[in-house]
Design a protein around this ligand. Structure first.
Ligand SMILES: C[S@@+](CC[C@H](N)C(=O)[O-])C[C@H]1O[C@@H](n2cnc3c(N)ncnc32)[C@H](O)[C@@H]1O
Length: 268
């Protein structure tokens, strides 16, 4: 039996709200857990402090905390953070969770004790979370905030779905999870002119003898490599690697690119 909390609300209110327990139940955190292991494995020494942006239900943050790193997780979804908190508590891990929009990092660093400037060795933002930024200036805003929080030499690691990936979103229903009590499907489409992708996620949860239906519509913006590099460089961050999620060099036609950038200039 699936936890009662999964029972969806009738109306589509906002994203990562009623979908939060589904996200967790179908194991979507596995991507960030695997990628975080690669990130940790690539570092000469483990980071002392790390910040996970758009931390969701805590996949990367909890992996880092398990490795002994002091972690702060930021997300704007209270439903996702609620699950992250419970997972940390269940594992006896101490993580500082901050409910905030990642576009407000520069502003918040002036007042929030967990977000002190130049205090992080590593900042992550995983599982295409930066594709969720919708306005043209948003990526530069987040990069500037990240640069402000990183110590010089610190790393910002994030992955993005590429334009090449979105060009394969072809308006068909894809069943992404199918079990006796839970069915989840995703209908993907892409508006190439505006470079906006759309995922309509629909799920059905069985509760004894009836099914509950839930739905959220997610939009993702396609960033091209030049925009990513420009946003990073304007913030004082330099791209040091482009990889696949399995930590190989990214090919020219990659579906997803993991960017690693280093903080070369302290931003005040
Ligand atoms: C695909 S999930 C990834 C979650 C987590 N990083 C992981 O890998 O499991 C995207 C997350 O980004 C968060 N998010 C999207 N836009 C955000 C914003 N502007 N500020 C903070 N969080 C945001 C959502 O609430 C959601 O938890």
């Amino acid at each position: 039996m699936i936890d009662r909390e999964i029972k969806p609300r009738r109306r589509i209110l906002k994203i990562y709200d009623s979908y939060a327990p589904i996200y967790d139940a179908i194991g979507q955190g596995a991507f960030a857990e695997g990628l975080t292991a690669h990130i940790l494995g690539s570092l000469a020494e483990p980071p002392r402090r790390a910040l996970d942006l758009a931390c969701g239900t805590g996949a990367a943050a909890l992996t880092l905390a398990t490795a002994g790193v002091q972690v702060v997780g930021v997300d704007c979804s209270s439903a996702m953070l609620r699950i992250a908190r419970a997972r940390a508590r269940d594992r006896g891990l101490s993580v500082r969770w901050v409910s905030a929009d990642i576009r407000s990092l520069s502003r918040r660093s002036a007042t929030h004790d967990a977000l002190r400037p130049a205090s992080f060795d590593l900042i992550t933002c995983l599982y295409d979370s930066l594709n969720y930024l919708s306005a043209a200036h948003d990526l530069a805003t987040v990069c500037a905030g990240a640069a402000r929080l990183l110590r010089p030499g610190g790393r910002f690691v994030f992955d993005l779905n590429t334009i090449y990936e979105f060009e394969h979103w072809d308006d068909t229903d894809q069943v992404v999870f199918d079990s006796p009590n839970l069915l989840v499907y995703n209908q993907l489409s892409y508006d190439a002119e505006h470079r906006i992708a759309r995922g309509r996620i629909v799920w059905f949860v069985r509760e004894i003898d009836r099914w509950w239906r839930g739905e959220e519509i997610h939009h993702e913006r396609a960033w091209d490599d030049n925009e990513v590099v420009a946003a990073l460089e304007a913030a004082g961050l330099q791209v040091t690697a482009r990889r696949t999620p399995t930590w190989e060099p990214a090919p020219a036609e990659a579906h997803r690119v993991v960017y690693e950038a280093t903080c070369v200039a302290a931003i005040t």
